[in-house]
Design a protein around this ligand. Sequence first.
Ligand code: ATP
Length: 349
Amino acid sequence: MTNDPKISIRKLYKIFGADPKSMLPHVHAGMGKPELLDSYNHVLGLQDINVDMQAGEITVIMGLSGSGKSTLIRHLNRLIEPTSGEVIVDGENVLDYTEDQLRRLRREKMSMVFQKFALLPHRTVLQNAGMPRRVRGEDEGSAETNGRTWLSRVGLDGYEDHYPHQLSGGMQQRVGIARALAAASDIMLMDEAFSALDPLIRTDMQDLLLELQKELHKTIVFITHDLDEALKLADHLVILKDGFVVQQGEPQDILLNPNDPYIEDFVSDINRARVLRVRSVMSPLNGETEFAGVVDVNDNLEKLIQMSGGDTTHNFKVQQDGTDVGILHMKALVRALVPAQSSDRGSIR
Ligand SMILES: Nc1ncnc2c1ncn2[C@@H]1O[C@H](COP(=O)(O)OP(=O)(O)OP(=O)(O)O)[C@@H](O)[C@H]1O
């Protein structure tokens, strides 16, 4: 993409402790998290984070507990001040913002969806959904109309006058999403937004988010520790470990070419046939005319395996929006189903 990123994080460091800035030379000299804690009693939260987030895309930040996900997302609206580095939003460094600019950033440009929903318990569902507009000074009537629209959009028609405790977890989070959308901000920050939900409800919520995103094209920053969720939602996937980015890129690419044993471990249990798409394993057109069938670039490999009846000699024509774009060789598909090891990285295609 040639456009400037919507959000750009540059050389971001966050150290927790009594005198964080004085720790920077040690970190720059290569001191790691355990040693900084042992020798200087400071916690290295984030180190040298460089991530570009494109407008209209879902960037997923994934990592185990303690890897720095929450610390990172809180820098975007300056709930946390960095020890050094820059956070650029729409071309402006939010670290240069005055209190007033910051207030506007949080109110108008970014909305948040929280793991624990964070709804106001003594307000109705409609009052909760109308809150962002009310806070912005809009009158009750228009805030309510807007809230109603978004509640309907997330499937909560008829629940306007209920209180949060009368709703299931999944429904409460629908209110959380409606509230975030009511703010009409370009950017949505979602911190483990679906992690508290039962698996089936969680899947529903992921589908709802993807459906909304097709229409709304928000810039979404989504935090999760769940790889399946990350692979399903991410346009751009950033994997954190001990406060640094181990690998980032297109999820399919990370799956096919993990650059670190940590990532290999993460991706080893994934159902690759279901997650990998034809576009990630196809070859360019080469004049071949014998095909066992036609498939779409976005079909998953599981579908191809079913179509081929297990015959690895078959080739399929690949189309995108009805135009021929490549060839899927079943042999390449089979190779892609076997996880790459560090030793044979890059040999998949
Ligand atoms: N206020 C703080 N003071 C000291 N250390 C902190 C503070 N906040 C976070 N940390 C440390 O920074 C590191 C990153 O924490 P963070 O909460 O961002 O991780 P996380 O990936 O979001 O984890 P989780 O999934 O458990 O929320 C951890 O080592 C944590 O202990």
